[in-house]
Ligand binder design. Structure first.
Ligand SMILES: C[S@@+](CC[C@H](N)C(=O)[O-])C[C@H]1O[C@@H](n2cnc3c(N)ncnc32)[C@H](O)[C@@H]1O
Length: 296
């Protein structure tokens, strides 16, 4: 008796099966994750899958895909870690377990800086505090080609990833990387723009958050019991590092908007503004230093 022929799995079969499987395991972005992982296993572009729907997927490619699917569903490893990269502001950013995976909502932070400093030719000095993968610094470097950027982080391992990203994107000539706590590595230097997406989650909430967060560095996520420890330190110290009329732009948890705006006023900053992300949640606070350079 001959053995039953092995089932042929097409690209579409695999996408359908995996999307259902991920959804049944509580993964919200089931279809997108299935597509990104299958494209990675097949060493192709995600959009290419749509052209290749009917193409059979070979045994070795299926084995590679199966392993990725298993790690995504069982260990809840973020897709960016499985494929080693994430798109941010149309840049391909390399991601390792040493850095936060750049989030879509952080594009609101980049957008707010560009909106408030709209001249593309301005020779701005910019400080990106807590640069992680370098995503924010590199997006701003790309959009403001005359700007010079200092990118800092307290994690040496994160800075190594950021430097690699800057070099890969050909932006390393205008971005300098420095190691240390908040403003400490820049001494008394002042900037036209200080931008930061600091850790802002509450340690007390860690157990109730998405399991994917366990794969990212704790130091990139949590900031004290309430989550606002680093944000409030940063706001208090910012006026000493802003040029006259300099801009401070901070990503926040929506619940922190009031406290961060109050902190800005207490520090002598003005024009506080809350910017909303694509989900209409308060995501970024901006404020400016006084035009005379004197603190009120
Ligand atoms: C939420 S991640 C943001 C990474 C990146 N900027 C982004 O938006 O994807 C916060 C980053 O701040 C760094 N960090 C945490 N505490 C810091 C401190 N006290 N001084 C400087 N950087 C700090 C972390 O190592 C981490 O890379």
């Amino acid at each position: 008796m001959s053995a039953a022929p092995e089932r042929i799995w097409t690209v579409l079969d695999l996408l359908r099966w995996t999307t259902d499987y991920f959804a049944s395991r509580g993964i919200e972005t089931a279809r997108l994750d299935a597509e990104v992982l299958l494209a990675h296993a097949l060493e192709t572009e995600r959009l290419r899958l749509y052209i290749d729907y009917e193409k059979p997927v070979q045994g070795d490619e299926r084995a590679r895909f199966r392993e990725l699917v298993k790690r995504r569903a069982d260990e809840r490893v973020p897709v960016a870690h499985l494929v080693g990269a994430r798109e941010f502001w149309s840049l391909s950013i390399e991601v390792t377990p040493d850095v936060l995976v750049p989030r879509p909502e952080t594009e609101t932070l980049v957008g707010a800086v560009l909106e408030l400093r709209p001249d593309p030719a301005a020779a701005l000095s910019i400080l990106d505090l807590g640069t992680g993968s370098g995503a924010v610094a590199l997006a701003l470097a790309k959009e403001r080609p005359a700007a010079r950027i200092v990118a800092s982080d307290v994690s040496e391992a994160a800075l190594a990833v950021a430097k690699q990203n800057a070099a890969a994107l050909g932006l390393d000539d205008r971005v300098e990387f420095v190691l240390g706590d908040l403003f400490e590595p820049v001494g008394g230097k002042r900037f036209d723009v200080v931008v930061s997406n600091p850790p802002y989650l509450a340690e007390a909430e860690a157990a109730s958050l998405a399991p994917e967060l366990a794969h990212e560095p704790r130091g990139a996520l949590y900031a004290g019991a309430e989550g606002s420890e680093i944000l409030l330190r940063l706001v208090a110290e910012a006026p000493d590092h802003l040029e006259p009329a300099g801009l401070l732009a901070l990503e926040i948890d929506p619940r922190q908007a009031g406290a961060v705006c109050d902190g800005c006023r207490a520090a002598g900053l003005a024009d506080e503004r809350v910017h909303r992300d694509l989900a209409a949640r308060a995501r970024v606070v901006t404020a400016t230093a006084s035009a005379t350079g004197e603190e009120s």
